[in-house]
Design a protein. Sequence first.
Length: 188
Amino acid sequence: MSQKFKNKYRIPSSRLQNWDYGANGAYFITICTKNREFYFGDIIDSKLEASELGILAEKYWLDIPEHFPYVELGNFVIMPNHVHGILIIDKNASVSVETRLIASLPETIYKTGGFAGNKNPMLHDNISRIIRWYKGRCSFEMKKIHADFGWQPRFHDHIIRNEKSFETIQNYIENNPLNWDKDKFYGK
């Protein structure tokens, strides 16, 4: 059921309530292009023949751990109109330079988050912040090549809760190009 915020209808969040999306764990992410347009290339012989935008989509996905050192990449695949990938958050594995630098600044600078205050997810190291960076970086560069490029506003996430699920999703991602003609994103 839609809700109103500032006199506009909003779709309720599909996020798991009371889950900290910055918590250590593995997350299966799917991000689609606007209107599921085939910006990233074509599947030929069960393999992506990447366009310039597809090459950039892969490049910036691979850059995620450089910007978020607490993230490890699981399997990922760039498809013609979407990206599937596993992001593994492990904040115990490293201390980021960014964290060391902001620790010396006054704390009040980071406690402002518009109407959400400190609850604003973009002020925290979590999945939303990572995906926002990825989509923003891709959009900035891709619009230089294709001015109409865009992402769907949201992304899909699934919290991976056990090893069996992790392996199933890793295999699904790996085999996604082989099964492209059966994929729900195939027909736009």
